[in-house]
Design a protein around this ligand. Sequence first.
Ligand SMILES: [Zn+2]
Length: 111
Amino acid sequence: MAKKRRNRGRKLSGAGHQKTVQCYQCNKVIPADKAVKVTRRYSVLDSSLARELRKQGTFISTRKETKYYCVSCAVYLGIVKVRSREERKVRVPLQVGVRKVKQGPPPRIKL
Ligand SMILES: [Zn+2]
């Protein structure tokens, strides 16, 4: 049988069965090892107000929230992307909440 992924899209690692979780988006029941787990920190305040207060030295607490998504919802929300056959072989951790350094436009060369 054709094999799309070496782990069949799961993280079982020898275990026969995993407990189930519910998708945060569509409430579908999925095995925990197959679900896309996203942990983010949420602040009660909006970002601009929090930034202003942080400048003045205020400690603002955040709460950690873990959400599980089924694969189709994770693709729909842009958490994971559909990858080509070669790209699928590259094992990379989930990049959620990792801030990318913004790169400005390339410098103009005066002629
Ligand atoms: Zn879902």
